[in-house]
Design a protein around this ligand. Structure first.
Ligand code: TMP
Length: 210
């Protein structure tokens, strides 16, 4: 099978990290070579852009600067890591990708979706994820979890309404592209969430989970 590009999305605190590790383990158990990565970030330069984007600062940040930095990091990530990995037949498992830009910059910040779609075509050409897991959870539960773990980054410091708008766009995108998205209810126990993921891995990729 050719290398597939799988992404994981969701509002803060939905359990992306533990579920990413679970998906990676399942893919590897099936004998696939998997590169795990994240956005913004994934390469040395893109991680530097990540630090710029996440650091809380007293200066107010332009929505356009934020949007372009997200795509600058993505362009480098695609060029230096994702595309070469896919070309070599590896599977790429990425913690967030462009759906996050539509959700956070589009939904959260109010940047026009057409601008994001234009940048998406410029930066990615025809590359899109083959499968996207959307971990879905009421915003307040997720934020509570995320904020207990560490100090707020620049996004976590946003208000609940911001994340409500982010979640809404994620759900709209999932409804519009049901063959690419797998919506996972992230509210039950981790074990139950992972059972849902296993079913999707089986249904969408034909992976036999034992
Ligand atoms: P995370 O690694 O904890 O998910 O943090 C990354 C933050 O960056 C998260 O709050 C979502 C945000 N983000 C965007 O706003 N737009 C994007 O395109 C991406 C990839 C992430």
């Amino acid at each position: 099978m050719k290398g597939q590009f799988i992404t994981l999305e969701g509002v803060e605190g939905v359990g992306k990290s533990s579920n990413l590790a679970h998906i990676k383990a399942r893919l590897e158990a099936s004998g696939l070579r998997v590169i795990e990565t994240r956005e913004p970030g994934g390469t040395e330069m893109a991680e530097e852009i990540r630090a710029l984007l996440l650091r809380p600062r007293s200066e107010s940040v332009s929505e356009m600067a934020e949007l372009l930095l997200m795509f600058a990091a993505r362009a480098q990530h695609l060029y230096a890591l994702i595309q070469p990995a896919l070309d070599a037949g590896h599977w790429v498992l990425c913690d967030r990708f462009t759906d996050a830009t539509f959700a956070y910059q589009g939904g959260g910040r109010g940047v026009p979706m057409e601008w994001i779609a234009t940048l998406e075509s410029m930066v990615q050409q025809t590359l899109r994820p083959d499968l996207t897991f959307l971990l879905d959870l009421p915003v307040e539960i997720g934020l509570d979890r995320a904020r207990k773990r560490s100090d707020f980054d620049r996004f976590e410091a946003e208000k609940v309404q911001f994340f409500e708008a982010v979640r809404k766009v994620y759900l709209q995108r999932a409804a519009a592209e049901p063959s690419r998205f797998a919506i996972i209810d992230a509210s039950p126990s981790l074990e139950k969430v992972q059972q849902q993921i296993d079913i999707m891995l089986q249904q969408r990729l034909g992976l036999v989970v034992t």
